[in-house]
Design a protein around this ligand. Structure first.
Ligand SMILES: O=C(O)CCC(=O)C(=O)O
Length: 297
């Protein structure tokens, strides 16, 4: 216990220096005080332009590759929770870190760690990563749920999703909807008959707001925030990528998905840049991976 606290203090004392000297410049958090206040009070906030056009193009290229290589699967069912739909599609890929060096590096990108640190505090780990793809016209939404119905962390504000709009996310193509303040309630969940594995709940939908974000923008919502996505009624595919981050206080082993064996610490004394978990230190590699993904696209 004492050893851990000492390590923590030492790490805190070097953190300021790291943030100043990382890649030779200071990293300014994209999360301002207003974002932070809204996250704490309402359970969510949105940041436009977290990633630039180059990154967006690289993420689009990776989504295309996942599809070309047949890695995505349709989780939408015919209403019985079992038989897969052939008319509508909610395509998913989980996890992503083992399929894309670009996405493996993304949680360590300076603007990501600067944002997540401000919202949930340090130290934290990457809990999950996944992609949701709604094909044009037949893309179907993900029903209302609270991530904490799966994970049950004691303080729902100690975990956050970062949902990145890979394409512009609009009401028409079924962007993310959230219910402000819903993290203060715990809704009962049951199996969603329209998905082969999800659970869903029935929160007060009239209080929902649709969060439209441009490609490269991100919505952060804590583990308690009830959220859903709608159908894609447009002529273009729409993808989102969700990364879930969990503060150390709530990162007990049994809260971590059993099928995910690598959960890198992104900040704190155990942050090895993924070296311990992936066998390679991916800090400072994100910009190179963006270039690489664009070259092979
Ligand atoms: O993009 C989607 O359809 C759903 C996203 C979601 O439910 C999540 O990230 O927890």
């Amino acid at each position: 216990m004492l050893g851990r606290s000492v390590a923590h203090i030492i790490w805190r004392s070097v953190l300021f220096h790291q943030q100043q000297s990382h890649l030779g410049r200071a990293v300014i958090s994209p999360i301002h005080e207003d974002h932070r206040r809204q996250f704490r009070q309402q359970g969510w906030c949105a940041v436009e332009g977290l990633f630039d056009e180059q990154v967006v193009a690289a993420l689009v290229a990776e989504v295309d590759r996942f599809q070309r290589q047949g890695l995505v699967r349709n989780v939408r069912t015919k209403g019985d929770g079992v038989r897969h739909s052939s008319q509508t599609a909610n395509l998913q890929l989980i996890p992503l870190f083992d399929k894309s060096p670009l996405i493996r590096a993304l949680p360590f990108a300076p603007q990501v760690s600067a944002a997540v640190s401000r919202l949930i505090g340090d130290p934290y780990l990457l809990h999950l990563d996944q992609m949701f793809l709604k094909p044009a016209r037949i893309g179907s939404g993900t029903s209302w749920h609270q991530d904490n119905a799966y994970f049950k962390i004691a303080d729902p504000l100690k975990g956050t999703a970062m949902w990145i709009a890979v394409h512009d996310a609009t009401v028409d193509n079924g962007t993310l909807r959230v219910i402000p303040g819903s993290h203060e309630h715990s809704y009962s969940h049951e199996r969603d008959p329209h998905s082969d594995h999800h659970i869903h709940c029935q929160p007060p939908e009239e209080q929902a707001i649709s969060v439209e974000v441009g490609a490269g923008g991100a919505v952060f919502f804590c583990y308690g925030t009830a959220h859903s996505t709608g159908d894609n009624d447009t002529d273009r595919d729409r993808a989102g990528m969700a990364f879930h981050f969990l503060h150390e206080d709530c990162a007990a082993d049994d809260l971590i998905a059993a099928d995910r064996d690598r959960r890198p610490w992104v900040t704190g004394p155990r942050n090895s840049g993924g070296l311990d978990e992936y066998g390679v230190d991916v800090r400072d590699t994100f910009a190179d991976e963006v270039e690489r993904a664009l070259k092979v696209a």
